[in-house]
Design a protein around this ligand. Structure first.
Ligand SMILES: [Zn+2]
Length: 288
């Protein structure tokens, strides 16, 4: 599933490709992608004649701003956008097509069919599901150490599932949570309330640093993810633990361990991320 860096990359690409284009009509081939309004015909009729002004991001959602409407789109597992000439044959699994005045098309393709689109009046989208309960944006100034601790430090559950929960912090998924926890030297199964102040500082720093580096690299291409132009992100080559089971830890050389935490495959270095007692973690001198 694309996480913040991948959605940010899609956002930037779409901004270059579709801003200023006017929608002539919309074809919905798979009604279930359209979550709001209830009828796909209403969705198509409402969008006809509107011009795309910009593409924004909230968490892992795209917010496509038009004159007088906002389209909220989630790619879920494998959703992809691409811009094509209208006379180019549509690929298999193309479910929604936005036909533009200039004879190009924005096509939404989704092999797994889990993606969603919601249409709103401007402003309304932030008050209603799916955007209304989203937490802090980790690359915005609102993501301070105090905000992070305020949301999580008193909680008794494991830190990894808390970081994956979009109601606290948005945009983190399995890849970047594993990377950030490794960089901070924190085991994913530590409970949030067991973390020392220095560990919160390292975690705060590592979340931001990991996401910033991934955005700069255009996101990660893990399995099938590509950006809106069909380009592969390059950050997977910089991943330190994710997908590196049994490879040497970049910090201590011991093998990366793979386990399951909260139902998710989880990569750790048991030496650099001790599970036992905050005491041990506090004394460790890891610095990355
Ligand atoms: Zn290690």
């Amino acid at each position: 599933m694309p996480e913040l860096p991948e959605v940010e990359t899609v956002k930037r690409t779409l901004n270059e490709l579709i801003t200023g284009k006017r929608i002539r009509s919309v074809t919905v081939k798979l009604p279930r992608i359209i979550q709001r309004p209830a009828e796909p015909e209403q969705f198509a009729d409402a969008l006809a004649g509107h011009t795309i002004q910009s593409v924004e991001r909230r968490g892992k959602f795209l917010r496509i701003l038009l004159d007088g409407l906002v389209l909220v789109s989630h790619l879920r597992m494998e959703g992809r956008y691409g811009v094509y000439a209208a006379d180019e044959p549509a690929e298999l699994h193309t479910h929604v097509i936005f036909h533009f005045d200039d004879d190009t098309e924005l096509r939404y393709k989704d092999v797994r069919q889990f993606g969603t689109m919601h249409l709103f009046m401007p402003g309304e989208e932030l008050e209603l599901p799916p955007l209304n309960k989203l937490g802090i944006e980790p690359l915005e100034p609102e993501f301070t150490l105090e905000a992070l601790r305020g949301k999580l430090a008193h909680r008794t559950s494991k830190i990894k599932p808390l970081l994956l929960n979009q109601e606290y912090i948005v945009g983190l998924g399995n890849i970047y949570v594993d990377e950030a926890l490794f960089q901070a030297g924190i085991h994913p199964e530590r409970t949030a309330d067991s973390l020392a102040k220095a560990e919160w500082e390292r975690l705060h720093e590592s979340i931001r640093a990991t996401l910033e580096r991934a955005v700069a690299a255009g996101g990660s291409s893990v399995k099938s993810y590509v950006n809106g132009q069909g380009e592969m992100g390059m950050f997977q080559h910089q991943l330190l633990v994710y997908g590196r089971k049994d490879e040497p830890c970049p910090s201590c050389g011991r093998p990366i361990h793979k386990s399951v935490v909260g139902g998710r495959g989880t990569h750790t270095c048991p030496h650099c991320q001790p599970l036992k007692a905050a005491r041990a973690a506090n004394k460790s001198k890891r610095a990355t």
